[in-house]
Design a protein around this ligand. Structure first.
Ligand code: GRF
Length: 207
């Protein structure tokens, strides 16, 4: 059975979707490791509840030589489990080329907005509307601030360029007139949870 490592910084509801699929015998792999850069990340608790190895690898200073050391430690922990797939499920750190080179073609990321296949600055939706490609850590708020009629979510392979890399799956989510960041993000995450299970299965079954 192929193995999966999940890296996260937060609540881990997408991890939970993978764990639920696994428990139901509907995941083509096995989550063997969950790692977080935040001790309070509830995703760590979800892993422990499911009897899965959980590691907290703290990052004291976000820049400088200590960051490199942190990333090497992180890579060391992940390498111990030799995962076939590494899922960034709400992991709020950018990984360097050095990290990605240790796990070629094995790292995928969830992004709570639509991204273009060509790495450009706009996305054309299914109804032909052209919207800006939202990148960074605040894209759900950006979708509301820019009054976009539609946003969505994307799963892509990770390259050293932030929120870029070959797209594996995406789905649109309408922005409702009275949406708050929380309500919109919750609806996006509901879609993301289905998409991550389907995409992981597709990748591990090499479909
Ligand atoms: C998701 O919206 C994902 O796209 C983003 O972080 C969120 C993680 O949610 N990168 P959760 O922690 O899995 O609930």
């Amino acid at each position: 059975m192929p193995s999966i490592a999940v890296l996260l910084s937060g609540s881990g509801s997408n991890l939970q979707a993978l764990l639920d699929a696994q428990a139901a015998g509907e995941l083509a792999g096995e989550v063997t490791l969950v790692v977080s850069d935040r001790a309070q990340a509830y995703g760590l608790q979800r892993a422990l509840n499911a009897g899965i190895a959980a590691a907290y690898v703290p990052l004291a200073t976000p820049r400088g030589p200590l960051r490199r050391q942190w990333e090497q430690r992180l890579a060391g922990v992940v390498a111990c489990f030799d995962p076939d797939l590494i899922v960034l499920a709400g992991f709020m750190r950018v990984l360097s080329a050095e990290f990605l080179d240790r796990f070629p073609n094995r790292v995928i990321n969830q992004h709570p907005a639509l991204l273009p296949a060509d790495g450009g600055d706009t996305v054309t939706t299914s109804s032909g509307i052209v919207i800006p490609a939202l990148r960074g850590a605040h894209v759900v708020a950006d979708a509301i601030r820019l009054r976009l009629p539609v946003t969505g979510c994307t799963i892509h392979r990770v390259t050293p360029r932030v929120d870029d890399g070959p797209i594996l799956a995406s789905a649109e989510v309408p922005v409702l007139p009275d949406d708050t960041v929380e309500s919109l993000h919750e609806r996006i995450k509901a879609v993301e949870r289905r998409l991550i299970v389907a995409t992981v299965n597709r990748l591990l079954r090499r479909e």
